[in-house]
Design a protein around this ligand. Structure first.
Ligand code: GTP
Ligand code: MN
Ligand code: MN
Length: 469
């Protein structure tokens, strides 16, 4: 026997949200295999598969946070998230270069088809299984069948399958972000626009683009989304999507039995859909994001960051404004307060309030492609076009919930799952995208920056790039 260094074991937390995980790490060969097993369990979606999937993900997260490349399973002694099954998989990879279990799944036709079909927008494991049961092997088979679903997401998802499967690039995300900022500047200059999701965590591509918006004047955020969508429609960028209203109410907090806050879904106003991204989004250097160029901000971004104080910069340069003093008093957020001249701000607010009243007519706004028939959607997809269809999530949060929404919509999904469970088990608090709640005292713990969310949770602050659990 040889000596295995386990000195680091006692220092490593059981919680992924405490450890953090970056996009790249030195155990990718192992985490790729474990996440394939996770994915397989999720697709099977039978009785015990959810907890199996979770167990694989937890184990993968341990490996992501190891400061060394695994060379011996003994190095994992003491980690509660590494069970017998995982240990066997890792030992196989270490001993033979691959795990038979993993390779069998990787080469299985069922797994291949399930992945193929669940990649269609709107298709989950149940529908994918029913397609396999029909004997369909490929997207072409499904397309041939025609009219297979009343769900518009599936008809659009099938028609634009190739577009939507091609990853959204950072260039496209930044071009779209710039466009949204420019439009929002016209609609509501004080509004705050942030790209969240994988891009905020530093990913170089993604399956969609997630944008969170708010307005520093509580309540004024409620009309920005329909206006924004109207503006995007005018630019002919909206293909198809759906609005959900804000259904959050504080009564949900006191009622434990309500499914609402227990579920990981939130209750924000949002638009989930598919947009046209002109091909120029992929190359246009004029549409550079504030992210690349803090000195030469595009005009719209400059205006916005002027109006909204340091908030914009905080979103762009998360670490620069963290300013936790030695005695840990509440100074970090004093830096985030609005610098804007109060008089000017109140004038702008007044104008926006008036506009809001003028705009309160019933919404019969129709988008250009909203009512296309299935055939028309297919011919649109097959037409000669200079744009790509892209999945877009636009979320609107009241400012009082904004920093919790930011954490929730930045993810990763597993980071959220872990930090929420941690809040519940360790602190007895309920964390959602709407806030942090002490159910016993009937209190909410407000936060005026992301750092404060972590402070309430008694966790070290994690930069978005360290939330890739
Ligand atoms: P890619 O889009 O594939 O790059 O990954 P992503 O991490 O951006 O995933 P996704 O766009 O699916 O979700 C972004 C973040 O928003 C994740 O952390 C999700 O947990 C979160 N999210 C997605 N949908 C919802 C939802 O309905 N409610 C809440 N609260 N969060 C959601
Ligand atoms: Mn995303
Ligand atoms: Mn999304």
């Amino acid at each position: 026997a040889y000596h295995v260094d386990t000195s680091n074991v006692s220092e490593v937390s059981d919680w992924a949200c405490k450890r953090g995980a970056t996009l790249t790490h030195c155990n990718e060969k192992f985490t790729e295999a474990l996440e394939l097993l996770q994915n397989h369990a999720e697709l099977r979606n039978e009785a015990s598969d959810y907890s199996r999937a979770l167990a694989f993900r937890r184990a993968s997260c341990v490996l992501k946070s190891l400061p060394f490349a695994l060379t011996d399973v003994q190095q994992l002694i003491g980690y509660k998230d590494i069970g017998e099954h995982v240990r066997k998989v890792l030992a196989d990879i270490l001993d033979y270069g691959s795990s038979p279990e993993v390779e069998e799944i990787r080469n299985s036709e069922w797994f291949h088809k399930m992945k193929l079909f669940t990649n269609v927008f709107g298709v989950g494991p149940a529908i994918a299984k029913s397609w396999i049961d029909k004997g369909w092997q490929s997207i072409a088979d499904v397309r041939l069948a025609g009219s297979i679903s009343k769900d518009w997401r599936i008809s659009w998802g099938l028609a634009f399958y190739e577009d939507l499967l091609t990853p959204v690039t950072v260039q496209e995300a930044e071009a779209f972000e710039t466009l949204i900022r420019t439009e929002m500047k016209k609609i509501s200059p004080l509004s705050i626009v942030t790209v969240t999701g994988g891009f905020r965590r530093g990913k170089s591509n993604g399956h969609d683009i997630d944008i969170l918006m708010t307005h520093p004047d509580e309540g004024a955020e409620s009309n920005i989304l329909s206006k924004l969508m109207g503006a995007l429609n005018k630019c002919d960028l909206v293909l198809k999507g759906y609005f959900t209203k804000n259904t959050f109410s504080s009564e949900m907090l006191s009622d434990d039995s309500k499914k609402g806050l227990r579920s990981h879904f939130d209750h924000f106003e949002k638009w989930i859909g598919i947009c046209k991204f002109p091909k120029s989004f992929q190359t246009d250097r004029k549409l550079q994001s504030v992210r690349d160029s803090s000195t030469t901000l595009p005009e719209s971004a400059q205006q916005l960051s002027h109006y909204s104080g340091t908030i914009q910069h905080q979103d762009v340069l998360p670490s620069e404004h963290v300013n936790i003093s030695a005695d840990n008093t509440m100074s970090p957020c004093s830096k985030h307060t609005f610098k804007t001249d109060d008089k000017q701000k109140s004038l702008t607010l007044k104008r926006e309030r008036t506009e809001m009243l003028e705009d309160s007519s019933p919404k019969s706004k129709r988008f250009k492609y909203e009512d296309l028939s299935e055939k028309e959607v297919i011919s649109l997809a097959n037409s000669d076009r200079n744009w790509t269809a892209r999945r877009v999530d636009l979320i609107v949060s009241p400012y009082s919930q904004y920093y919790y929404a930011l954490v929730g919509w930045t993810g990763s999904k597993h980071f959220n799952r872990d930090i929420r469970l941690y809040a519940q088990k360790v602190l007895g608090l309920r964390l959602t995208s709407h806030g942090l709640f002490d159910m016993k005292k009937g209190e909410a713990l407000p936060a005026s920056c992301e750092e404060e969310v972590f402070r309430h949770l008694q966790l070290p602050y994690r930069d978005p790039t360290e939330r890739n659990c």
